[in-house]
Design a protein around this ligand. Structure first.
Ligand code: S3P
Length: 456
């Protein structure tokens, strides 16, 4: 990654031309494993890392960030906030230090007139406008890669416009986004879809609005933004089903220590549950209850998962031990969906090894992730020999006790690349994953860590 712009342009990279940012297409073969065993601390939580960079950049004064995720997505965020005027030291552009400080821009606000490249990061695309929209006189244009340009942003543009923001999106729905800073007024907004990104965007916008902003959630979603804003001294008020931000407080974050990402840990937990004779121990995993849906689902399926609390801070942390098990099918729907949204592809994989039928319903949001994760999961697992079918809002899987193996195309989606790798270990013939490099979006070195735990 290049150094961030020092010339008033926010974000370090030139704005990509449509279709020009194709990744190299690394192909890797994942052979069947006899078992998985050992101990690992996966990389830092992606959601919390994005928030540490953004809230640290908004804050007045320095924030010490410990264990920031070094990945493509979170580098996009650091690059963006540096371009917007936050000072990051020591500079992480070549090698990510274990700790660094972000000196926030404080009441002076972000630098204007910037083109910001969010790369593949949906969280950055949805959260940043919340910060920027309320700065009168500022003008920004946000764009990203081909996958980002297919992901809807009307879900943030519409409520921000109700607050008085001037936001232009493309074809009424997609990035690029142009933001013309305006003074904002607080609103009460009921989210039409359960989305932590939209909630977070509105809470950030509410920091500067006139009057309070309330976000009402149809069901709970990850609450990292509320926790971090609360720790920074923001006027956050939480009730069952809603959260309100009162503007006007100065933010001081001081220090954020980021736990390991449960969404990354989940690949090893499921691998251990479907490869017989496995036992993996994963340390310092973030177990915020708005993220642990995968654990409850696997427990219900009969997996051997043990959670032992470890010393944490604002976010709960635990050691997770997972082992090989005889799984049975289950139904995943309703309020459980947002708590496991990024792990649903892994539930589908586990279901291939379970006895009976598994149904994932109410999960239409999967179509709007880094790829259409209903279509791509069904295509990928069916290609490996699974009995799986797409439904209107999810999928149905009939466990057959295993997978033959074959080939998986990541479609540039990091979670599909890692899904293919885990499927390979658990399959009879192995899986060749094309586009494995996409894993670097959230977990550079995933293949290496998986190989370290696997005995083939
Ligand atoms: C995220 C929220 C979820 C999740 C995404 C990260 C976040 O998206 O799928 O990977 O960090 O807030 P939605 O808010 O769109 O459900």
């Amino acid at each position: 990654m290049s150094e961030p712009g020092r010339n008033g342009s926010a974000g370090g990279r030139a704005e990509p031309e449509p279709g020009s940012e194709q990744r190299s297409r690394a192909t890797e073969f994942f052979a069947p494993a006899q078992s998985l065993g050992g101990r690992l601390t996966p990389p830092a939580d992606k959601s919390i890392s994005h928030r540490a960079a953004i809230i640290g950049a908004i804050a007045d004064g320095p924030t010490r960030v410990v264990n920031f995720l070094d990945s493509d997505d979170t580098r996009s965020t650091l690059s963006a906030v540096a371009g917007l005027g936050a000072m990051v030291s020591p500079e992480p552009w070549k090698a990510m230090p274990a700790q660094f400080a972000i000196e926030g821009v404080g009441p002076g606000g972000p630098r204007s007139l910037g083109r910001i490249d969010v790369g593949n990061a949906g969280t950055l695309m949805r959260l940043l406008p919340g910060w920027l929209a309320g700065y009168e006189g500022g003008l920004w244009r946000l764009n990203g890669d081909a996958s980002i340009r297919r992901r809807p942003v009307d879900r943030i543009a519409e409520p921000l416009a109700r607050m008085g923001a001037s936001i232009e999106v493309t074809d009424g729905r997609f990035p690029p986004i142009r933001i013309d800073g305006r003074s904002l007024t607080g609103i009460s907004y009921e989210l039409p879809v359960a989305s932590a990104q939209v909630k977070s965007c509105l809470l950030l916008a509410g920091l500067r609005a006139r009057g309070p902003t309330t976000v009402i959630e149809p069901m709970p979603t990850r609450d990292h933004t509320e926790l971090m804003l609360g720790a920074a001294g923001a006027g956050i008020e939480r009730e069952r089903g809603s959260v309100t931000i009162h503007p006007g407080r100065e933010l001081r974050l001081d220090e954020v220590e980021i736990p390991a990402d449960i969404s990354s840990a989940a690949f090893f937990i499921v691998a251990a549950a479907i490869v017989p004779g496995s036992r993996v121990v994963l340390d310092r995993i973030g177990v915020n209850p708005t993220r642990t849906g995968i654990l409850s689902i696997l427990e219900r399926m009969g997996a051997a998962v043990e959670v032992t609390p470890q010393a944490g801070g604002v976010e709960a942390i635990a050691r997770i031990t997972a082992g090989g098990s005889n799984l049975t099918g289950t139904r995943v729907e309703g309020a459980e969906i947002p708590l496991a949204i990024d792990e649903l592809p892994l539930v589908a994989l586990a279901a291939c090894f379970a006895e009976g039928e598994t149904v994932i319903a109410d999960a239409g949001e999967l179509k709007r992730k880094e790829s259409d994760r209903i279509a791509v999961v069904v295509e990928s697992l069916a290609g490996l020999g699974a009995e799986i079918a797409a439904t209107a809002d999810g999928m149905k899987i009939t466990g057959t006790g295993g997978l033959r193996g074959g080939a998986v195309d990541s479609h540039g989606d990091h979670r599909i690349a890692m899904l293919g790798a885990v499927a390979g270990l658990a399959s009879r013939e192995g899986v060749e994953v094309s586009g494995m490099d996409a894993a670097a979006v959230s977990y550079p070195g995933f293949g290496r860590d998986l190989a370290r735990l696997a005995t083939t």
